[in-house]
Design a protein around this ligand. Structure first.
Ligand SMILES: O=C(COP(=O)(O)O)NO
Ligand code: NA
Ligand SMILES: [Zn+2]
Length: 305
């Protein structure tokens, strides 16, 4: 059933488990994520970035909202990294039940003002809001923040920010970054900082850049002809610790992309004569579903629907 992000995340934070927010921009990812959620009896958040909205248009948004309504588990449809008020309005118009306004690259007062404005509009139509304070390193589709500017979230600022904006959940910067290159070896996660934030912010907390980028997946991608450098992601133990400290929403995109693309490359490589898209998109869809199921097990959301 289609529910708001807060309905899913409030319970997750209260009961100490995490819920995956999985990015989708096509039919196969959407099916894989929802099938995994139903099989694992897990709540789930389907996340569409602005790039996904541009790529898939109404074919994507109508499909995602309709399938979420019919799903046998709680599903929120979420705008990931909304960059403007207008973009959020478009998502509200499409029937999304959760929207992120990401003004974390602006100064504090601007972030507060813009976030507050979105909260008023979204709450007026029963939709809940994710905001972000602090800056992740790495490249988000339209935001490139280089290391030196990456400012981790200040706990006291976070408390004031959430009180002044009325946002429902907060994306925090505690060392993660988007994409496949999150840092040398085991990327640094500032758990003490997270603990301080969680003490001052009772709202569900969100971890961006949470993909594991598992070595076996990186190897499989390379073996199938993919090119990728020294890739690294967030260690499962760091995810579990972050959940125990107050993270309720865990954003996963890169792992799904790697799995899907590795399988497409592999299937095409093994079957050069194949030109029925179902023959290489189908196995890729299965690979995404397996990744989603294993993430749900790690987050502890299995059986929580
Ligand atoms: O934060 C993310 C995804 O992060 P990853 O690149 O680690 O999957 N989307 O908003
Ligand atoms: Na988000
Ligand atoms: Zn993100």
């Amino acid at each position: 059933m289609l529910v708001t992000g807060l309905e899913i995340l409030r319970k997750a934070r209260a009961e100490g488990y995490g819920v995956g927010a999985f990015n989708t921009n096509n039919m196969e990812f959407t099916q894989a994520i929802l099938e995994a959620a139903e099989e694992m009896k897990s709540p789930v958040i389907l996340a569409l970035s602005e790039g996904a909205m541009k790529y898939g248009g109404r074919a994507l948004t109508r499909m995602v909202v309709a399938l979420a309504q019919e799903a046998r588990v709680p599903v929120a449809v979420h705008l990931d990294h909304g960059s403007s008020y207008e973009s959020v309005l478009k998502a509200l118009r499409e029937g999304f039940t959760s929207v992120m306004i990401d003004k974390s690259h602006e100064d504090f007062e601007t972030n507060v003002r813009e976030t507050k404005r979105v909260v008023e509009a979204a709450h007026a139509v029963g939709v809940t809001v994710e905001a972000e304070l602090g800056r992740l390193a790495g490249i988000e589709e339209h935001v490139a923040v280089d290391e030196k500017d990456a400012l981790l979230t200040n706990p006291e600022e976070a408390r004031i920010f959430m009180e002044r904006t009325g946002a429902d959940y907060l994306a925090v910067a505690i060392g993660t970054s988007h994409g496949a290159y999150k840092g040398k070896g085991r990327p640094f996660i500032d758990h003490p900082r997270l603990a301080r934030i969680a003490k001052l912010v009772p709202a569900p907390l969100v971890l961006h850049g949470a993909s594991a980028v598992p070595q076996e997946l990186v190897e499989r991608f390379r073996a199938a002809g993919g090119e990728i450098g020294e890739a690294s992601g967030i260690h499962p133990e760091d995810i579990k610790k972050a959940i125990s400290l107050g993270i309720a929403k865990i954003n996963t995109d890169t792992d799904l992309r790697l799995a899907f693309t590795a399988l497409v490359r592999e299937t095409l490589g093994k079957n050069p004569k194949e030109f029925d898209p179902r023959k290489y998109l189908g196995p890729a869809r299965e690979a995404v579903k397996e990744v989603v199921k294993s993430r749900m097990e790690l987050f502890g959301s299995v059986g929580r629907a």
